[in-house]
Design a protein around this ligand. Structure first.
Ligand code: BQF
Length: 284
């Protein structure tokens, strides 16, 4: 029976550290600010943005919300980003995804100054991560590395399987596991023998976006199972990509949903925002 990995507890530790860093910076006259941009009326996005603003308040980061209407044009959003790029009170710029269909997400990401790109989605930052020489890590994969560390299990030499190949989670996740000397396999919707590959994983990261996708027979006895899914079941309850009960029976460690990866994503965003402020102030 698996031990639960407590994302709330680990995220509280990270946020406490960030809070101390923010107050130390304040004593040196350095202010930390995060611009949070939301476009349209996506309900889930509103919840995520509220979580981020609440975390800012907890750690002493000033947040500036920009809520734009659903019909905002790409030019208007690019103009706002350009303004925030030039705003000295803003150390980090977060544009909540997804964006309405008339807006090209990549065009917006490309407009954010890399040194303010606290999501680490800009191609310059993606490149830094690929090389292993970076200031910011993408929040969700970085948070997952903290959760794995919390289990006490060393990634070095382990078989790591990432299911999902998004630019936001799957691809950078694989890279971070590789930097920690894991032996990494990335699986996706076209993968053959998915079950067999997953069942060999010492560390299994499920970032598929489909509830109940990972079943107990895909989990190796004693494995670390990280569930990145944020789905809703028929009753509207939050659930992950793993059939929790089945997977927990086999796993050594497993993250719950909610209370696993989600809180870590937020905590790592706070950490990146302080890092941005520190770099700008020239305090290593
Ligand atoms: C929790 C996200 C999919 C697509 C875009 C805490 C969050 C979620 C869950 C949260 C997510 C997911 C965020 C819990 C931010 C994580 O207690 O389990 C926090 O706010 N997240 C996002 O900004 O964009 C997404 C998932």
């Amino acid at each position: 029976m698996a031990k639960l990995i407590d994302g709330k507890a680990v995220s509280a530790k990270v946020k406490a550290q960030v809070r101390d860093e923010v107050s130390a910076l304040k004593e040196k006259g350095v202010h930390v600010g995060l611009a949070v941009v939301i476009v349209g009326n996506n309900q889930a996005s509103r919840v995520y943005v509220n979580n981020k603003k609440k975390a800012c308040a907890e750690v002493g980061i000033e947040s500036f919300e920009y809520a734009l209407p659903e019909e905002t044009t790409q030019a208007e959003l690019l103009e706002l980003v350009a303004k925030l790029n030039g705003d000295d009170n803003v150390n980090g710029i977060l544009v909540q995804l997804p964006l309405p269909k008339q807006i090209d997400e990549n065009a917006v990401i490309n407009e954010i100054l890399p040194e303010k790109d606290v999501d680490a989605f800009h191609p310059a930052n993606v490149g830094h991560i690929m090389i292993g020489d970076y200031s910011f890590l993408p929040c969700t994969p970085a948070g997952i590395m903290e959760l794995i560390a919390d289990t006490g299990i060393d990634v070095c030499g382990k078989k790591c399987v990432v299911v999902g190949r998004s630019n936001i989670v799957g691809k950078p996740m694989a890279m971070l596991l590789l930097h920690s000397n894991g032996t990494v396999t990335i699986c996706h919707s076209r993968t053959e023998n998915l079950k067999e590959i997953c069942a060999e994983a010492d560390i299994l990261v499920a970032a598929v976006g489909r509830r109940d996708f990972i079943t107990g027979d895909m989990v190796k006895e004693g494995a670390v199972v990280i569930d990145v899914g944020m789905n809703r079941n028929d009753e509207g309850k939050l659930c992950g990509d793993c059939k929790f009960d089945e997977c927990a029976e086999k796993a050594g460690f497993i993250t719950p949903v909610p209370g696993g990866v989600g809180p870590m994503t937020i905590a790592m965003l706070m950490k990146n925002t302080v890092t941005a402020a520190r770099i700008k102030a020239g305090i290593a």
